[in-house]
Ligand binder design. Sequence first.
Ligand SMILES: [Zn+2]
Length: 179
Amino acid sequence: MDALKDILLKDGRVAEIAAPGKLKSANGAEVLDATGLTVAPGLVDIHVHLREPGQGYKETIATGTAAAAAGGFTSVAAMPNTKPVNDSPEITRWMQAPNAARLCVSFHRRRYARFKSDALNDYAALKSAGAVAVSDDGLPILKDSVMRETLAAAARVGLSVIQHAEDTRMTHGAGWTEA
Ligand SMILES: [Zn+2]
């Protein structure tokens, strides 16, 4: 809908949408002037770095989600390259504690920093803990077979895959390096 309308909010939800000045049940309601603004459903950002646990000096879950909310984002998917890396149901649950991130992404495989293992995490357990996706953010999957296995395993449990689309064998650090 792209039009000028009045909107009645009741208990935090949209109760009625009508032409300007035509709301019937708005008697006594508080009026918010949204002239020049766009009213939209809560936006979703599927790639944010909240930096907790471990790097709260850069960003905390509280400050990151407050900034998101100020910009109209009501859901954010926190990337897993935290310290420790979010590759477990325990950290996934911790990140979703009250006032924390609503959506959480877990890393696709067990070892992140040392790159020693291509073994996938337990995606079913991560999903049960609240993860909405798995990602290789910051450390791209370079083996076709691992990506194939990742996509298949994620599909089996209904998780999305958020890919870091970079081949570091070609970029040689020319892009950015995520700390
Ligand atoms: Zn990122």
